[in-house]
Design a protein around this ligand. Sequence first.
Ligand code: GLA
Ligand code: ZN
Length: 672
Amino acid sequence: MVINEKLKGFWHGCDYNPDQWLDYHEVLEKDVELMKKSGCNVMSVGIFAWAKLEPEEGVFDFGWLDKIIDRLYENGIYTILATPSGAMPSWMAEKYPEIRRVQEDGIRNRFGNRHNNCYSSPVYREKVRIINTKLAERYSKHPGFLMWHVSNEYNVEDCHCPLCCENFRKWLENKYETIDNLNKKWWNGFWSHTYKSFEQISPPGQHGEKCNPLKLEWHRFKNHMMKDFVEAEIDALKKVNPDVLVTTNFMQFFEIDYSKVSKSIDVISWDNYPKWHSADNEFASATETAMFHTMFKSFKKDKPFMMMESSPSATNWQGVSRLRRPGMHKLASLQALAHGSDTIQYFQWRKSRGQSEQFHGAVVGHDNSDDTRVFREVSEVGRNLKKLEEVAGSLPENEVALLFDYDSFWSLRIAYAYRNIEKDKGYADILLKNYGALWQMNVGCDFVFGNDDFSKYKVIIAPMLFMLKKGMKEKIENYVENGGIFVSTFASGVVDEYGLTFFDKDCYPLRKLLAVKAEETDSLYDGQHNSVKMFGETYQSERYCELAYNEGATVLGEYCEDFYSGMPAVTVNNFGKGKAYYIATDFALDGYIKLYEEILKGVVSEDKVINTPENVSVTMRYSADNCYVFVMNFNNESKKVELSFEYEVLCGEFEEKTLKPYEITVLKIVDN
Ligand code: GLA
Ligand code: ZN
């Protein structure tokens, strides 16, 4: 299924900010000529253009935008039109101070930054409604209009204004009904935290509050407000024309519960800025990027996602602005496709001359020419996308999933426990390590989130499922009873959805499923290790060693050191038609790889198992009739790959099954 029938094939384009160049007529003319040369067919227009669209309150100027959208369309380039709410104009900030966010100490932000608005402010919501309605009336039926790009990188930063505080209290009251109930659920007898009324509750900040549930609920509330704001924006657009697609560009950050807000939009898109060439090899960057592609793809599993932004060379805001080595641009761009994106888009088309992004990578640099290394590499991607046209609309199909639980992640960040030397207690890194093991094995996987259907996966791996929300235990048990394979780890099933620990007979909620009692967790300092004997070899482990007592499971691995030497470190239990594994310790990468080799043996379809050299990755996309194989070499040296099928090369050099440094090839499997 393609994103939009109007433009089949892959989309290639940029954030395009002509509103910064309106005084440069020749530049605007030249833009189109260069866009065609580089093989671009879409532009995201109007992000942050509010000051040009509504220069004074109620005075609108769409003339310049009419010309841009027309000119692009006449030249075969489609417009992804943005709503401008990501940055407010100065007249608005001045006249309506309530729209600006308030810091914890009560100081209201001044005008001068973007992403600065309060989500509660009725005035801001009304101003957004008006401009969105006008844009929709004018452009949503334009033949060159492709879809909406709502705002830009919504975030969940704090706003401590009176409107937000009030909304927070109301939200809590709605959820808990009585203050007594809230006090109980939050265990507020602790340190005399008991509230007398909802009016006494303020958002948490840096000056005192140590109350964990307050922080957890404030986090949930901010996500709720953001989602509500997104929906209000979309509502204005769809009221005018419901037959339009809407996306908003997500960021990798885990702080935002995208699993919820993604339900409010039609297409998932995200902004991808890896730190290529920041280490001896690309394993960390390649796996992290792949993981985020996988995560964003997984929010809507039945359609391709969009890579809305990426830099065609360096960024300007990372610690070090490293250039992409020759070849890396093509590899990094097509890597998005390999995981199910149907677009390769950049921030941005043309480098601005001033302000904070004047040194950020862009397709066209300050010399205003196509005779640059970056322009040539971008154009090469454009040419490759043409060769790959038939692949658009196909999708990865995976049998294994990683369970990513935002609430567990947040709760671990908030809790004082385990290894406080890592803010999230290692959650994100451990998730990535698990993903990295599957990546190195070329086992494609999806992410699943708490509300997703588990049944379509043969295996679900749930690292550190610290919080078990209502119904989750039953859902997991049901999945395994019906034949699923579930992998649980240390620090799982510890607290309920309010952050209260399970108690008494409800303690150890996964005990029955796993047939082990995971009683204590030993947290290790950096540099401390244990080792585990399993499958005839010894593997190093780190971070956590849980002490579990076997109650009928089969022990696959045992600790070799410390006072718990000989205790189980890996177990499996038959449960109904399925199996439940338990991993008590955090392995180094090779331990996870060994484990997953054993767990997936005979479970994952054979044609999906491909062995490659280190840091060479293989993924697949399927259409109704074909299977496309992406083979990516993240090494700065040539690598040979063994493949057991016949193929046709759609793009990339693959002479004698060898990939040059940073080369990527896309193959189509052909029947012999
Ligand atoms: C983000 C924003 C863009 C731009 C880029 C720079 O992704 O959405 O507007 O600032 O970062 O990398
Ligand atoms: Zn506010």
